[in-house]
Design a protein around this ligand. Structure first.
Ligand code: ZN
Ligand code: ZN
Length: 262
């Protein structure tokens, strides 16, 4: 009888151990399901310019593109300049929609010149929209500063894979009334397009070059008259400005098309 009770007790104990194991297993699988449901993955927005070129160019996942625009006081981009940049993106990217947000004023950082590291810190402060890896909208950040760049003849930079910045003070300084000086709209149109083209991977910096046309030492084009000539982002270009925004040449367009663009 005593042996029988002991056996019964052992069986009961074994049963309870089994039950608790099942409970532990269920609770583990529950918690892992829960964390999968809440995880939101964001596209890395701190890669180099051109490193997300194919996401700009093709329409496989990101079927729309939205540009968030911030500017410092006194340097709101012109409507014509923004419309020209929007047209350029529509012409080259396989997107159903390209949207530019209403420009938002952000406070001046109070500097007469800004380094690329200053610009990156300002983006950390003011950028609101980021790209989700499960979404279909590619978000881009666009900032106009109220000073010049640390290299004073430069009008704009592409500084991350989805970010561009422009130096409003320098644009203002070289603009005027044509024909004596190019209009602000024309300078903006040219420089906005040039920097966006770096995000598209030009030249040979994200969109592999199909024919040799890269300048030595920088991601620019050797063709005279092309939007991606190295001088186009500097004040030098506008001292001899013909009045029309330079187009991309065929070699640059070929590279974009080979990487999924139009
Ligand atoms: Zn450039
Ligand atoms: Zn070119």
């Amino acid at each position: 009888m005593r042996i029988f009770v002991m056996t019964l007790f052992k069986r009961l104990a074994l049963f309870l151990v089994c039950c608790s194991l099942v409970v532990v297993t269920i609770s583990c699988s529950d918690s892992s399901t829960g964390s999968n449901e809440t995880s939101q993955t964001q596209l890395d927005s701190k890669k180099g310019p051109g490193q997300s070129a194919e996401l700009f160019l093709n329409g496989d996942q990101y079927t729309s593109l939205e540009v968030e625009i911030d500017y410092m006081p006194g340097h709101k981009p012109t409507t014509d300049g923004l419309n020209s940049a929007k047209t350029f993106l529509e012409e080259r990217l396989h997107k159903q929609t390209v949207t530019f947000s209403t420009p938002t004023e952000v406070p001046s950082a109070g500097q007469s010149s800004y380094t690329s590291s200053d610009v990156r810190n300002l983006e950390d402060q003011y950028r609101d929209q980021f790209t989700s890896t499960d979404g279909n909208t590619l978000h881009v950040y666009f900032l106009v500063l109220d000073g010049e760049y640390s290299q004073s003849n430069v009008l704009g930079i592409a500084y991350w894979n989805t970010s561009v910045a422009f130096f409003g003070k320098t644009i203002e300084d070289i603009s005027g009334t044509p024909p004596a000086a190019p209009s602000e709209e024309k300078i903006e149109s040219t420089v906005f397009r040039h920097e966006f083209a770096h995000n598209m991977g030009l030249v040979d910096n994200g969109s592999p070059m199909q024919t040799d046309h890269k300048t030595s030492g920088s991601a620019h084009c050797t063709t005279d008259g092309c939007l991606m000539k190295p001088s186009v982002r500097t004040t030098d270009f506008f001292s001899n400005f013909s009045g029309s925004v330079p187009p991309l040449d065929d070699l640059c367009i070929n590279d974009l098309q080979a990487n999924g663009g139009k």
